[in-house]
Design a protein around this ligand. Structure first.
Ligand code: UDP
Ligand code: MG
Length: 366
């Protein structure tokens, strides 16, 4: 039997993971409120913040905070990869028996964590989800867009994510199952819903943002909506079949009538029919190409098999305390042995995702 490594860091009971993008102003308050609820739980915990390539002083603030808080671990992604990728980075770095996920803008009230953790500790649920009891204040168009999107998702992919949020507690077994999903492009809410497991829900009213504004533009939301729909269901593709069948029936009718008129020597110009046919056929062909392109886009991103994120710096992790690590520095050095030609041993192939080799995908290599 393998002996436990004597220097191995003890496994905390809780890992709290939060993505952070340009939240320098509110970071101190967020950590104060978080620690104020975590300390009384009398559980070992770690807080993992992932700086998603912020352009403001977020990383500086993290450095300062990490000098004051031994439980803080920070990752800085090499650029802005988006919230979903930042979440993946944090979750892959988490070592706790359960993971709490929440936004760092204080719209997910940390004061709810004790109740959520208690539900997990009672062992009745593997996933504790905090659902919004009301949607946060948003414009009419955003509300309409969200309604349409969630309605469509519920209908075609059978996921009801209407008031779902990323504010959750996941048991280690759920996290491990989630980590085994090989997708490069991640939609965390959809994936955690797909996993199943025993779940329980509590409700909360999302707070107003204390600082800054939401980072989601309409276009970013639209792309996430299209990607998540095409990632979880192939049903829209059957629309193309349906259109094909309808058109086949329609052309039989119109074609039959045209021939009949011709043989009767009654052929008329039929201008309207021709125009209508061209318009409808064109729309159907273009619509089908759009649908196909959604799936080709997914395939394109998946076959490229690029890492989901790259880590530029780490702070507070057990093996390397407080310093910046250049990208890929360790694998390169490890590949360089005395008397041997230099051979960077982290090939692109190995750097790919959880199925390549644990600990060697680009996200965890450093
Ligand atoms: N976020 C991130 N990367 C991004 C955008 C956002 O890590 O590219 C973080 C952000 O700091 C916050 C959370 O994701 O903690 C939710 O972002 P936001 O408040 O902009 O989204 P909303 O609450 O409007 O859905
Ligand atoms: Mg927010």
């Amino acid at each position: 039997m393998r002996k436990p490594c004597p220097n191995a860091a003890p496994v905390p009971a809780l890992s709290v993971v939060s993505p952070v993008y340009c939240e320098a102003a509110g970071l101190g308050t967020f950590l104060d409120r978080l620690e104020a609820v975590l300390r009384p739980l009398r559980l070992d915990y770690e807080i993992i913040l992932v700086d998603d390539g912020s352009g403001d002083d977020t990383w500086l603030r993290m450095r300062e905070e990490s000098a004051r808080r031994p439980v803080l671990r920070c990752l800085r992604l090499s650029r802005n990869f988006g919230k979903e990728a930042a979440l993946v980075a944090g979750l892959e770095a988490a070592s706790g028996k359960a993971v709490v996920i929440l936004d760092s803008d204080l719209q997910h009230p940390p004061e709810l964590i004790p109740r959520m953790v208690e539900l997990w500790r009672q062992g009745e649920a593997d996933i504790v989800e905090a659902q919004k009891s009301v949607r946060q204040k948003e414009s009419f168009s955003s509300r309409l867009f969200a309604r349409l999107y969630y309605g469509l998702l519920a209908r075609v992919a059978a996921f009801d994510l209407r008031n779902a949020s990323d504010f959750k507690v996941l048991d280690r077994k759920v996290l491990d199952a989630w980590k085994a999903l090989p997708e490069r492009r991640v939609f965390f809410r959809g994936m955690s819903s797909w996993l199943g497991f025993r779940r329980t829900t509590i409700f909360f009213e999302p707070a107003e943002r204390e600082n800054g504004t939401s980072k989601w533009s309409f276009f970013a939301k639209l792309m996430l909506a299209l990607d998540s729909l095409s990632a979880y269901t192939a049903k829209p593709l059957s629309l193309i079949w349906l259109m094909g069948l309808l058109f086949a029936a329609f052309s039989l009718g119109v074609g039959g009538e045209a021939l009949w008129m011709k043989f009767q020597d009654k052929a008329v110009s039929g201008f309207t029919t021709v125009i209508l046919l061209i318009l409808i056929t064109g729309a159907a062909i273009l619509g089908s190409i759009c649908l196909l392109s959604l799936y080709i886009r997914q395939i394109f991103h998946e076959v490229k098999n690029r890492p989901r994120y790259l880590v530029g710096e780490r702070l507070g992790f057990a093996e390397k305390k407080e310093h910046a690590v250049p990208l890929y520095a360790h694998p390169w050095r490890a590949g360089r042995q005395p008397g041997r030609a230099f051979r960077p041993h982290i090939s692109a192939r190995r750097a790919r995702g959880p199925h390549s080799r644990p600990g060697l995908n680009a996200g965890t290599a450093l």
